[in-house]
Ligand binder design. Structure first.
Ligand SMILES: [Zn+2]
Length: 164
């Protein structure tokens, strides 16, 4: 069943009322949204393409991925999707894939995101211009509606099919 056309915000009439779609989703609910779960799934699966020197070009075994900041290899379900900077107070970049990478528990939690290394790797990967843009975006207030999160879901469902 198609939820939303990628070009329009027309809601699926049968599943959700208009007024529900334009409801604001509170920040503290973000981790439980389907949009975030798919974002995390996508980011963790993409970690299989990170270029860790020690892998010498060999693809990680099925079901495993790589921590962006320490290059540890681990099962995909042990990785988390980490933001390039503190996400609290930066709702506008919460779902921006440019600034989200897979991390191990140690880098994400114990080292609080390992931001120094994260930033250097991101600089090499996407460049200064994109990072400046992300930072600028993060400083703008943003409230997400359910309709917007549905749009993210739809797009990620498509992307996940491509990298399965
Ligand atoms: Zn790590």
């Amino acid at each position: 069943m198609s939820l939303l056309s990628s070009r329009t915000m027309t809601p699926p009439q049968s599943t959700m009322k208009n007024k529900d779609l334009y409801q604001i989703v509170p920040f503290k609910k973000f981790p439980n949204t389907k949009a975030w779960k798919l974002t995390s799934e996508y980011v963790r699966r993409k970690s299989r393409t990170y270029r860790a020197d020690w892998l010498k070009g060999v693809k990680p075994p099925e079901g495993t991925g790589i921590c962006y900041t320490c290059y540890a290899l681990m099962p995909l379900n042990k990785l988390v999707a980490g933001h390039f900077r503190e996400k609290r107070g930066n709702a506008s970049i919460y779902f921006d894939l440019r600034g989200i990478r897979a991390q191990c528990y140690r880098c994400n939690r114990i080292l609080h995101g390992n931001y120094g290394v994260f930033m250097l790797r991101l600089l090499d990967e996407i460049g200064r211009k994109e990072i400046d843009d992300l930072i600028k975006k993060s400083q703008k207030p943003k409230q997400w509606t359910r309709a917007e999160l549905l749009k993210i879901e739809k797009s990620l469902e498509q992307e996940l099919k491509k990298i399965k």
